[in-house]
Design a protein around this ligand. Structure first.
Ligand code: KG4
Ligand code: ZN
Length: 332
């Protein structure tokens, strides 16, 4: 079975080929155009997808050494994501499936982030818990099977990736700021400054309060010392990261306790964060969890995870009609 998969939900145009259970290529074209605007501009994202999609798919097929005639199915991200961006991938995938006369498979982007854990060993066993943390989502998911997932907790406002990116913006860092906070935090003291973690009942999260707290903190300090951010950047980044990671960890521990599940995975763009990776690993040692952390290239958006999810759907006989349209707000 050979599957070509396309991911175009946000600002990465990606194509991957999965052949006989192995990822053979995973090409990602990142759109740098958004950096100067401090966030993803949907219209520019769609145009960039349109430019990138053909060369990216061709390259994925060439690198995998799989000719088009040997493909068994075409997979694409149906949602959630930006409508204009999703439309480019969906239309391309439909046309390709039609032209090659092979089945089409729709994939839920958030499900795919979780199924990225099955690309290579060690693979989690069912049931496991996954903390999915990205630029648009923060979810605690109980995973009972490859296509059987239940959200048991989620953010009520901003996603944690958004909290990272918005904090970075307040610090004058370019978009996306999450990876930069991670980098500067390495040289800082995580306990230098304290930010409120807020109270959220049950397994839900809230990240809008901390963003406001950081805004006032920076305003007050730069009033006294205009060079405050430059002089203390590492400590500020380390403290912000520490707070966000602790907020995630508190709920993850609670979810593990309440469900009795000790197979714990993290997924999504923010799972590339070194502070989170370390904290989850350490909690695993303390609490007897088996921890699963994806390789960096499978944390942020990529089509390999879409191909992986598509393989499970192919095996389950879940194919998609040509009449389907993208779903910007698709639920898990
Ligand atoms: O999963 P993803 O690539 O796209 C979405 O589906 O949203 O996640 C992107 C998010 C961005 O908010 C980005 O800042 C964040 O992941 N991110 C990080 C790191 N790498 C990516 N946040 C903190 N530390 C990182 N190392
Ligand atoms: Zn994503």
């Amino acid at each position: 079975m050979n599957i070509v998969a396309i991911e175009s939900s946000c600002d990465e145009t990606s194509a991957a080929v999965l052949a006989n259970g192995q990822i053979r290529s995973n090409i990602i074209a990142t759109q740098l155009i958004h950096e100067q605007y401090g966030g993803v501009v949907p219209e520019l994202a769609s145009r960039a997808h349109q430019q990138h999609i053909l060369p990216v798919v061709d390259r994925a097929l060439a690198d995998a050494g799989i000719p088009k005639r040997d493909l068994s199915a075409v997979a694409f991200t149906r949602g959630p994501g930006l409508l204009g961006s999703l439309l480019v991938g969906a239309s391309f995938a439909k046309a390709m499936a039609l032209g090659l006369n092979i089945p089409l498979i729709e994939v839920n982007h958030m499900q795919a982030h979780i199924l990225a854990h099955f690309i290579e060993a060690p693979r989690p066993a069912f049931p496991f818990l996954c903390l999915t943390v990205s630029g648009g989502h923060t979810q605690l998911v109980r995973v009972d099977g490859p296509l059987t997932m239940t959200v048991i907790g989620q953010t009520q406002d901003d996603a944690v990736g958004e909290a990272f990116d918005k904090s970075a913006k307040l610090l004058g860092l370019p978009y996306p700021g999450g990876p930069l906070i991670d980098r500067y935090a390495k040289d800082g003291n995580p306990l230098a400054y304290r930010f409120p973690m807020g109270e959220m009942p049950g397994l839900d999260f809230s990240f809008s309060g901390i963003k406001t707290a950081i805004m006032y903190f920076l305003r007050d300090n730069t009033k006294q010392n205009p060079d405050f951010i430059n002089q203390h950047l590492a400590n500020i980044c380390a403290s912000i990261q520490h707070t966000l990671v602790q907020m995630l960890l508190t709920k993850l521990k609670r979810a593990a306790r309440e469900t009795g599940i000790s197979q714990i995975a993290i997924a999504g763009g923010v799972s590339a964060n070194s502070g989170l990776r370390m904290a989850v690993t350490q909690a695993g040692h303390e609490l007897g969890w088996t921890v699963f952390i994806p390789r960096f290239e499978y944390c942020t958006d990529n089509a390999a995870m879409i191909a992986m999810a598509a393989q499970f759907k192919y095996e389950a006989g879940e194919f998609t009609d040509q009449a389907i349209s993208p779903m910007p707000r698709m639920e898990l």
